[in-house]
Design a protein around this ligand. Sequence first.
Ligand code: PEP
Length: 250
Amino acid sequence: MTTRRPLVAANWKMNGRLASLRPLVAEIRAGVEGCRAEVALCVPFPYLGEVGSKLAGSAIELGAQNVSEHESGAFTGEVSAAMLRDYNCRFAVVGHSERRTLYGESDALVAAKFVHAIRSGLTAILCVGESLAERESGQTEEVVARQLDTVIKTAGVEQFSQAVVAYEPVWAIGTGRTATAEQAQEVHAFIRLRIARHDDDVADGLRIIYGGSVKGGNAKEIFAMADVDGGLIGGASLNGAEFVQICRAA
Ligand code: PEP
């Protein structure tokens, strides 16, 4: 079995301003020094340059929260993977539930973004997860399988060796309601099995991270589960001390 290095990725969403983000980056940089986990900051597009320069010489990776499915051209307001590479981005989040629900991103569009990100040398962080209604009606596996299968079919399973999957139950994002460690493990194991149906080695090496109201106080228990390889952290990543605590828990 492969030993998977945990990943803790911050998703700042559309929060903060340069003045507040500068000290946050400095606090995180100092706090995660020597951490076993890989740490990444997925920041708003306009701040990639500034945050990237503040991370120079550290092991912290830079990431974006979205990426276009196109290479270049007349797509006003969009940002390509190549542009992200120009800023030394290593990661791009694709299919975050806020993009799926608020901006109508379909499974097919998410799959196209995934392909484009990977083709350009980024590591895609593919978000999947069910809504509360879907969980309560027993459809969690069906929904996650559908989201995953579209990407496998479009990209090919081999591409998952350059990807991370984030299981983010929609009902746990920004709500303060976290999945229990057992609920997370159950879905993470399901995701790994789904990938293993196509390729055992890819499944074994794939990092599957959990997102949804992870805090300093609950990270350790969730990250201790066999198939949980770190976390995607929203709200708590805007608090330096708390985010560092989460990174250290991984
Ligand atoms: C997220 O937006 O990816 C997320 C996990 O948010 P939060 O940690 O705030 O629930």
